[in-house]
Design a protein around this ligand. Structure first.
Ligand code: FRU
Length: 485
């Protein structure tokens, strides 16, 4: 693995020509995704500024141009009319003012319906590499220009550590107040959400206090990327706690969880109805963000980084890694969350594949389960060995997923086997396979599982136990992979 110096990681991109060769080389990779957003070069991580505005979905990602390394971060901009077909738009926000001199870190979008604003964390470092995070504001004008407000909205709060970032902006109609939720770490190294409020969107922000989440005072050492949405009459709070292990997550210390309940904006308290749950039970899912300005009240839209901090993926060798998960629709039925890829995904179906045991690399697989223990293996070799193995234990209502039999193994240290607990007996599974990922939705989205996966040419078969009925479609591509910087 390449060792990166600080200079290399924090090199400023001055001209698109500097990464043209890298882009050309990466195009030849066997693992470029076809219907998932991915970095044009280098590394993509968190989704940022996800919003619907004037008929267009805007979705940015954290981007480091030079290689598969976390260094100087930009927001890279993509847009879509349908949450399915995405176009590259080039750099959305450059780190080019003193307040963001070492990175434009994560944040969210806010639409007044007339104007589109982007709130982000300016990652400032001084000559001694001491970090100061600022909450910054920019506007994306109708003609595509980005205008940064020259001064930040506010700097760090002195009672917390340097980890204060990832502004999520919401407007609370009842008291006509704007709120910013910030991921933070207390001085005793606990994960927190800080709240700033203002009567105006563009100025007047003051610290209102810490979000109280009764029962969750001690969960993890930092909460990254808090995001909140309303679905029907429930609020859903998602965040990414770090520096702790959690049940069902192997040895990983990075997680993405949610609470359903009621957000009391007056008293800065989130009352959870029940225990936290994992947004996704897979290996590679983090920093999820709700889209802002979704007009339907009975659903939310969410995407996430398909990857984890501190993890490494085989395409690092090719100087790129990362992808966003498919945008998902979230609904709450009988107080339970259901997640499915946006319905439009059906438009990608092309030829139906005869179930002969050969698995296309890019496919949708719909599985019906007729009862009992079951076994499904994807990407096995022609002699039936290897592959990604899913085993359903009907007595425990649990699916065990094992990626250790794949030829290209990675992140073995966090564990290669995870379990998905189901509330109900298994009835159906929907799987979306792209060239370096698999997303799995159980029981119409009652639980989900996302993993990167890097099948080799020999790994192109599947096997299913007789109580599983499979339908397989090849899928069209829906992301353009053009060189736009
Ligand atoms: C989460 C995160 C955010 C931060 C960004 C920097 O993955 O650490 O908290 O803003 O990544 O890239």
């Amino acid at each position: 693995m390449k060792e990166w110096t600080t200079e290399e990681r924090y090199r400023v991109l001055k001209d698109a020509s500097e990464i043209r060769d890298l882009y050309d080389r990466i195009q030849a990779s066997d693992y470029r995704q076809t219907y998932h957003i991915q970095p044009i070069t280098g590394l993509s991580s968190d989704p940022n500024g996800f919003i619907y505005h004037k008929g267009i979905w805007h979705l940015y990602y954290q981007w480091c141009p030079w290689g598969a390394v976390h260094g100087l971060k930009y927001w890279y901009h993509t847009t879509s009319k349908d949450l399915l077909h995405w176009q590259n738009k080039g750099v959305g926000i450059h780190p080019d003012i003193i307040y963001d001199n070492k990175g434009v870190h994560s944040g969210s979008g806010f639409s007044t319906d007339e104007e589109l604003y982007l709130f982000y964390t300016g990652n400032h470092r001084d000559e001694n590499w001491v970090r100061t995070p600022y909450t910054c504001l920019a506007q994306l004008t109708e003609d595509g220009q980005l205008i940064k407000q020259p001064e930040p909205l506010f700097g760090p709060h002195p009672d917390y550590t340097e980890h204060q970032r990832d502004p999520k902006v919401v407007y609370h109609e009842a008291n006509q107040t704007y709120y910013i939720l910030l991921g933070a770490q207390s001085k005793d190294l606990k994960g927190k959400v800080l709240i700033y409020t203002s009567k105006e969107l563009l100025q007047g922000w003051t610290f209102a206090g810490e979000l109280k989440v009764p029962g969750y005072e001690d969960l993890g050492g930092m909460w990254e990327c808090p995001s909140i949405a309303r679905i029907g009459d429930k609020d859903i709070l998602v965040f990414s706690p770090q520096y702790t292990k959690l049940p069902r997550r192997g040895n990983s210390t990075n997680h993405n969880i949610y609470l359903i309940g009621k957000m009391d904006y007056e008293n800065l308290t989130f009352h959870a109805d029940g225990e936290y749950r994992h947004l996704d039970y897979g290996f590679d899912f983090y920093a999820a963000q709700f889209a802002a300005n979704v007009k339907e009240e009975d659903k939310a839209i969410l995407t996430a980084w398909m990857g984890l901090p501190d993890n490494h993926y085989p395409t690092e060798e090719e100087d790129w890694e990362g992808s966003l998960v498919l945008p998902r629709e979230l609904r709450i039925v009988n107080d339970r969350l259901y997640q499915l890829p946006v319905q439009q995904i059906r438009e990608l179906r092309q030829k139906k594949v005869e179930p002969t045991g050969r698995l296309p690399r890019v496919a949708e697989v719909q599985v019906k389960h007729t009862g009992g223990n079951a076994q499904l293996t994807l990407f096995s070799k022609s002699d039936g060995t290897g592959g990604l193995q899913l085993s359903y234990d009907a007595a425990r209502k649990t699916v065990t997923i094992d990626r250790s039999q794949m030829e290209l193994r990675f992140n073995e240290a966090i564990g290669e086997v995870l379990e998905v607990p189901l509330e109900e007996d298994l009835t159906d599974i929907a799987l979306y396979l792209d060239r370096s990922s698999v997303e799995i939705f159980f029981n119409k989205g009652e639980a989900t599982f996302t993993t990167h996966l890097y099948p080799t040419e020999q790994e192109s078969s599947y096997q299913a136990s007789p109580n599983l009925d499979l339908e397989i479609w090849m899928l069209r591509s829906s992301v353009t992979d053009d060189f736009v910087v």
